[in-house]
Design a protein around this ligand. Structure first.
Ligand code: FPP
Length: 242
């Protein structure tokens, strides 16, 4: 059972987690397998995955996690069949249309991380609109679209060099990453049973804690998040010290 019933969210908002867990990130893996096991097309798994994304990201905000980042589409995901790519882009578009009406009430600011320049013009203008209209809200939801950790670093270095510098520092890179507005993730959760980072937040995760669960993304629920948070609080973070 979930620690906090959703209807009670206002009562408990911000009281569960503290500043040790200000940023959680998710590698939302397993949509395709979840659908196949039910004899359904992979696209069906993504549509259920999109609902779970909405529920889980809202729940993380409700329990007081200020920054949530999700890996929705990687720089490598273009290798998938066009039908599947189109389905994911359509789900994103649908989510963003709905979000325009709900983000103010939920106090959520959306940022897209990744190279949006090659997306459709329609999607880019919707993304710009959502970012602009939600910019004054407090909680942060980073959605990674056409995102790759290696690309993030290259993009950051090139931006940092634009000012005419001939060498750059770690701080310069931090300040120019797509995620410059968020702290490094405290916890990264990967569903789907694989133990890898798949080019997600590779610079930012230098000292993140990781949880890998065999559960497939569409199976994830609030009680799982509670368990991840409990597990996170058992970890000793030493950052290379003693
Ligand atoms: C990985 O599972 C999932 C993706 C590449 C897409 C994630 C997309 C969503 C959750 C829905 C759309 C998102 C938003 C933000 C509305 P997989 O397909 O690789 O699963 P598999 O490993 O079982 O094949």
């Amino acid at each position: 059972m979930s620690l906090f019933k959703r209807k009670e969210k206002n009562k408990y908002e911000g009281t569960f987690v503290d500043s040790r867990l200000s940023h959680i990130a998710f590698i939302m893996d397993g949509n395709g397998r979840w659908a196949k096991r039910r004899g359904m097309p992979r696209e069906y798994g993504h549509s259920v995955g999109a609902k779970v994304f909405k529920r889980v990201s809202e729940y993380c905000g409700d329990i007081g996690i200020k920054h949530v980042t999700v890996y929705a589409f990687s720089t490598e995901n273009w290798k998938r069949p066009q039908k599947e790519v189109n389905a994911i882009m359509k789900l994103l578009e649908q989510y963003l249309f709905e979000a325009l009406d709900t983000l103010a009430e939920k106090n959520v600011q959306i940022h897209f991380i990744g190279d949006r320049s090659i997306l459709s013009e329609k999607l880019i203008s919707l993304m710009d609109k959502v970012e602009k209209e939600s910019a004054c809200n407090e909680k942060i939801l980073n959605i990674a679209i056409n995102y790759g950790g290696k690309d993030d670093i290259v993009h950051a270095v090139n931006n940092a060099l634009k000012g005419g510098k001939t060498s750059i520092s770690e701080k310069d890179i931090d300040n120019n990453l797509y995620t410059a507005h968020s702290p490094s993730p405290d916890l990264i959760v990967r569903t789907g049973g694989d133990y890898r980072i798949s080019n997600f937040l590779i610079w930012q995760s230098a000292y993140s804690e990781f949880i890998f669960t065999p559960k497939l993304w569409p199976e994830l629920n609030e009680a799982d998040i509670d368990n991840f948070v409990r597990e996170f609080y058992t970890r000793q973070r030493r950052y290379g010290g003693l």
